[in-house]
Design a protein around this ligand. Sequence first.
Ligand code: AMP
Ligand code: ZN
Length: 115
Amino acid sequence: MSDCIFCKIVQGEIPSKIHYEDDNVMAFEDINSQSPIHLLIIPKKHIPSMVDVTEEDRKEIIPEIFKAIQKLSEELNFNNEGYRIVNNCGDHGGQTVKHLHFHLLAGRQMTWPPG
Ligand code: AMP
Ligand code: ZN
């Protein structure tokens, strides 16, 4: 989508610090980091939010996203300490960028409940 900031990151039109990339998935650093490690894992194809995920996406893209998360947690070595995965969906979820993404937060003690 032409006016989507994450599509522009996928296209290389906006710079990002990429930690993982394959044909369908990308992981890059959040520009406004909330923890020592804060990555965003996204499908390269434009899916606005979890509401828009199709059955095909559930078979193809979503498992690839979670594979990438596990791979990153091993490579960046925070498996033992643990981490948090967040998906903000829609207005009540606090989603600000309307391209599906999962926050991967690690490197500090998280608290609950979130705000
Ligand atoms: P959400 O509020 O769940 O939609 O999260 C959107 C996230 O995208 C926020 O944590 C922003 O800091 C992050 N973000 C916005 N623009 C960029 C960018 N150009 N590069 C990296 N992260 C970004
Ligand atoms: Zn997009």
